[in-house]
Design a protein around this ligand. Structure first.
Ligand code: BYC
Length: 315
């Protein structure tokens, strides 16, 4: 096929809502965009284990500890599916990690905020996983096959994570005055950063238009943010939490909640590396990645030995 015919076929697959698979021809810009988004998504899952990991030993009950451990383990697993799926686009995992360590690849800014107490674990599950799931449900229909299939599996687990967080918040809101205050304080600190997880507003997003044409993204940043706001404001109300936004109001005509202004300076400041925990998160990842070098070498040496034995016996 000529280049023109290949492009025509690719566009037809996108148009018909078919998946693009690793062996299909794809424009280089499409490959780069999917790879960027998937690797950033994988890094977010893995870095996102850190703020929660800090609370495993301080969970208030054995049940809460078991649930939190399972959730963190799921996030490691999500990172692994996503790294494997991203490798189908031709980049080795070690290069992805190198890009992360060199600051060339981003991860979600939300994980650069600190977790100060147990209520923050509730707020992360409810708000952070809640925002992630709204985004990921739409990504189940993304045009790149391996990404779409990873999302289907990940979404099933994320819905359990969101409930785990909401349960913590609901329990605290049924507790003592001090517990209610902790839950509200966590809500106050995590609400706005969670809204920023969807990325800049559509007018400032530089990838959305092209990503939506290619059906990599199936909804815009602002549309997904609105979906999350509409769901979450009602959930806050049910358990007695106040949304920390004096301008929040329900628009009877559009039937949507309208929010006050998002502080985009804060968002870009954290994205650029100046959040409270950016340095800590990266230093931790680099330290344990380096300390795990011998494990990777041992696994590779073992698999090379098995491969050599298999080819010797098949001769
Ligand atoms: N943080 O043109 P835009 C989880 C960057 S983890 C940092 O709109 P795009 C969990 C963006 O990368 C789940 N950077 O970009 C784990 C771009 O810069 P580059 C995380 C951000 O890609 C553990 C620039 O801003 N979910 O669930 O079209 C515990 C302009 O943005 C952020 C995903 O990763 C941000 N928040 O849209 C608990 C979802 N937002 O790359 C929970 C997959 C934007 O040109 N990703 N930027 O240097 C996406 O859906 C899209 O990448 C985004 C951004 C909607 C995030």
């Amino acid at each position: 096929m000529t280049e023109e015919e290949k492009l025509k076929r690719f566009n037809a697959l996108i148009e018909q809502d078919e998946k693009i698979e690793p062996k299909d021809w794809m424009p280089e810009a499409y490959r780069k965009t999917v790879l960027r988004q998937m690797t950033q998504h994988a890094h977010s899952e893995v870095i996102g284990m850190q703020p929660e990991g800090n609370w495993v030993l301080r969970a208030p009950t054995l049940r809460a500890k078991k649930i939190l451990l399972a959730k963190i383990q799921d996030e490691g697993g999500h990172g692994l599916y996503l790294y494997s799926a991203a490798e189908t686009l031709g980049m080795d995992r070690s290069e992805m990690i190198q890009q992360l360590h060199e600051g060339k690849a981003k991860y979600s800014h939300i994980f650069n905020y600190p977790t100060l107490n147990w209520a923050d674990i509730g707020a992360i599950g409810w708000l952070v996983d809640g925002a992630a799931i709204v985004n990921q449900v739409s990504l189940q229909r993304t045009s790149y096959g391996p990404y779409s299939r990873a999302m289907v599996r990940i979404c099933k687990e994320e819905s359990f994570h969101q409930r785990q967080g909401y349960e913590i918040m609901a329990t605290m809101m049924n507790g003592t005055a001090a517990q209610k205050e902790m839950a509200q304080d966590a809500m106050n600190r995590w609400w706005w950063p969670s809204l920023m997880m969807f990325g800049p507003s559509d007018k400032d997003s530089w990838h959305t238009q092209e990503s939506m044409q290619w059906k990599i993204k199936r909804a815009s940043n602002d549309d997904l943010r609105q979906k999350f706001i509409d769901k979450t404001v009602d959930q806050a109300y049910v358990i007695g939490l106040t949304v920390p936004d004096k301008d929040l109001k329900f628009n009877e005509t559009s039937k949507h909640w309208e929010i006050g202004a998002i502080n985009w300076d804060e968002f870009w400041n954290v994205v650029k590396g100046n959040g409270l925990c950016n340095h800590k998160r990266m230093a931790h990842h680099i330290k344990y990645h380096n300390e795990g070098q011998w494990v990777r070498q041992a696994v590779l040496a073992y698999s090379e030995k098995i491969n050599a034995m298999q080819s010797a016996t098949s001769l």
